[in-house]
Design a protein around this ligand. Structure first.
Ligand SMILES: C[S@@+](CC[C@H](N)C(=O)[O-])C[C@H]1O[C@@H](n2cnc3c(N)ncnc32)[C@H](O)[C@@H]1O
Length: 230
């Protein structure tokens, strides 16, 4: 019952409340509504649960792509991680991440570059972590080629993303919403083919899993997670 209410409210939010707020002004919406929306939606129980399947695996020098509000910081294994460099162009989300960074025992550097143009040397990091961000990066192919470039040979890419569903009805809704949902959600596309994007970059999938997240609306809830290596 609780899950059905949550799903119903998600649809009401997406199709009624968010468009109404956006009408108040794009700048206001992007600076005030979107960061809070991301922090809230990315903090729900099923998503926090998924993070724990990949983030603790990262080792050594780690780059987190689209670190956003820093929701992964609590899940890094401080014994195995040397440093975390968080890449994200959003200053509003960084303000939230800074507070989370203060609560963990990690060496963290925030880097406001974009995933498509990472100002780090070739083959300089051991792990790249990217959770729920490939959907929002404007050019995911370019971002993945940058991820490939900065990883050391044998380095790992840990991913957890929502993306293209294998089911025709859900995929149709994902394709239909791709015309307007990105403008309401900070650029999130529901219909990205996660595995195809990763393998096209030259990264080799070592493990991948999929499922619909419980309680999520289906068009946003098809989850991919796993590890690829350079
Ligand atoms: C849905 S949020 C996910 C945040 C975080 N990764 C998480 O798991 O909660 C998407 C994130 O991608 C970031 N983003 C968007 N475009 C980006 C880009 N070009 N490079 C890096 N990050 C980007 C956004 O600022 C936002 O923080």
């Amino acid at each position: 019952m609780k899950k059905a209410v949550f799903k119903f409210m998600t649809y009401v939010g997406i199709f009624l409340i968010l468009p109404a707020l956006k009408i108040l002004g794009t700048r206001f919406y992007d600076k005030n509504v979107v960061p809070k929306l991301i922090n809230y939606l990315c903090g729900t129980k099923p998503i926090q649960y998924q993070r724990q399947k990949v983030v603790p695996l990262a080792t050594g020098d780690v780059v987190e792509i689209g670190i956003g509000p820093g929701s992964n910081l609590q899940y890094y294994d401080a014994e195995k991680v040397h440093k975390v460099i968080g890449i994200d162009p959003s200053h509003e989300l960084n303000a939230i991440a800074q507070k989370r960074a203060d609560q963990v025992n990690l060496d963290i550097e925030f880097n406001f570059s974009s995933a498509e143009n990472i100002n780090l040397m070739d083959a300089s990091v051991d792990s790249v972590v990217c959770t729920f961000s490939l959907c929002s990066i404007p050019n995911p192919q370019l971002a993945l080629s940058e991820i490939y470039r900065i990883l050391r040979p044998g380095g790992k890419y840990y991913f957890c993303e929502h993306g293209l569903s294998p089911d025709l009805s859900t995929r149709t809704l994902q394709n239909l919403t791709s015309g307007f949902y990105p403008s309401l959600s900070g650029g999130c596309h529901a219909n990205r083919d996660v595995i195809h994007l990763i393998t096209s970059s030259g990264l080799v999938i070592e493990e991948s899993n999929t499922m619909y997240l419980p309680g999520s609306v289906k068009f946003l809830g098809y989850n991919y997670w796993g590890v690829a290596s350079r």
